[in-house]
Design a binder for this molecule. Structure first.
Ligand SMILES: [Zn+2]
Length: 82
């Protein structure tokens, strides 16, 4: 399943929200270690390493509109499809 196919899906627990975009992401611009938690499994992600960035819409709060996930496996679990 390609990343684009997740567009428009609603993750469980996010009833009002839909996935606007999924992209492969890693940050090279950080001068200190930046960490986030995977929204699905809770693993710590070092944002310098490759991971998935999901933008949720519609919304105005940039802080909650972008979530990080480990990989496609966590993304698939998160949206509840097998
Ligand atoms: Zn994960």
């Amino acid at each position: 399943m390609g990343l684009a196919e997740f567009t428009g899906l609603t993750p469980s627990g996010y009833e009002e929200r839909t996935i606007e975009r999924v992209s492969r992401h890693h940050r090279w611009d950080v001068d200190r270690e930046a960490w986030s938690d995977c929204t699905n499994c809770g693993s710590e992600l070092r944002l310098r390493d490759r991971h998935l960035l999901v933008t949720l819409g519609p919304g105005t709060d940039l802080e909650t509109d972008r979530v990080h996930l480990c990989d496609e496996r966590c993304l698939t679990e998160w949206v509840g499809i097998e």
